[in-house]
Design a protein around this ligand. Structure first.
Ligand code: A3P
Length: 309
């Protein structure tokens, strides 16, 4: 193992040990205590705080940062892995990702980020409105990953019930009621997606979970082109293999610690049919029509293909 690899491994182990402490702390909390409202949106209380959000406002983005934006459960970990693999090929060493979830952590985190070498890989579930303006001023490259709302909802339900750091729900029906009104951690899927529609400065690449599932190689090429990176077919193939659901699940203990498997559940399109009633499906159809029909991001989601019973 090279010096840089050893340093990265030590950083990852430190990060996972900190996360494990948070998991232990969560055991003594009620579901209500695991949420905190900041500026009208719910966040995980053990990971986000008002003082940290204030410190975040002064964050200085760089033109060569890479910001991955997702609503929860739409492919965050998958896209972080892909960017990690791409940068590993370019620089011949793994980038540091211990600070990757941009809004998680203590206020000092934003000072710490100042000293991180470029390119910094950051990932966020923040709405367009709550994303620090510096990212837009610096024209940071943003990778927005969308997923159809029905699969996102089912994935979210299972994740909340299996991740001890997040508030669980007593039943699918109770979670669905909260999802549709936006009374969940990170707020409404529909507000989130409609909000990002406003960002249109030519520095954002929009991909979908579904497109990545159907033809990952094609999406990898789009990402590389967007980042101005040239990789050989062999390198792309290697990245494709390392970022399959199976490979990521197998490595999840190493990458995500003891609860790693919770992040890699099924990795499929269409699992929503296992839980949705027809009435619930129609409710989502109506929300989609109201918020996203006819928008660019709405088109990108390919709703009829992926959300019809
Ligand atoms: P499911 O719960 O439907 O399985 P996020 O990383 O934003 O939390 O998203 C988690 C979802 O992405 C989960 O969906 C997870 O299984 C899926 N996922 C993670 N890595 C994946 C991969 N390499 N290929 C396909 N799906 C993946």
């Amino acid at each position: 193992m090279s010096g840089a690899e050893g340093e990265n491994k030590a950083k990852r182990e430190k990060f996972l040990a900190e996360m494990q402490k948070v998991v232990e702390e969560a055991k003594n909390k009620t579901p209500e205590e695991l949420k905190v409202s900041i500026n009208g949106i719910l966040y995980p209380s053990l990971l986000c705080s008002e003082p940290a959000f204030q410190a975040m406002e002064a964050f200085e983005a760089r033109e060569d940062d890479i910001l991955i934006v997702t609503y929860p459960k739409c492919g965050t970990n998958w896209s972080i892995e892909i960017i990690k693999q791409i940068l590993t090929e370019v620089h011949n060493k793994e980038p540091t990702l211990d600070h990757a979830m941009f809004e998680f952590g203590k206020p000092e985190k934003y000072e710490h980020l100042k000293n991180q070498p470029s390119p910094r890989v950051l990932s966020s579930h923040l709405t367009y409105e709550n994303t620090p303006k510096s990212f837009f001023e610096k024209k940071t490259k943003i990778l927005l990953i969308l997923r159809n709302p029905k699969d996102a909802a089912v994935s979210y339900y299972h994740f909340l019930n299996n991740n001890p750091v997040l508030p669980s729900n007593s039943s699918w029906d109770s979670f669905f009621g909260e999802f549709i009104t936006g009374n969940v951690i990170y707020g409404s899927y529909f507000d989130f997606t409609r909000g990002w529609e406003k960002h249109d400065d030519g520095h954002m690449l929009v991909l979908t979970f579904e497109e990545m599932k159907v033809d990952l190689l094609a999406e990898l090429k789009k990402i590389c082109e967007f980042l101005g990176i040239n990789l050989t077919d062999e390198q792309l193939k290697k990245i494709q293999e390392k970022s399959t659901f199976k490979s990521m699940k197998e490595k999840s203990d190493e990458t995500h610690g003891k609860i790693g498997n919770v992040f890699f559940r099924k990795g499929e399109i269409g699992d929503w049919k296992s839980l949705f009633t027809e009435k619930q499906s129609k409710e989502v159809d109506a929300k989609f029509e109201e918020y996203l029909a006819g928008t660019k991001l709405g088109e990108k989601i390919n709703y009829t293909t992926y959300c019809t019973f």
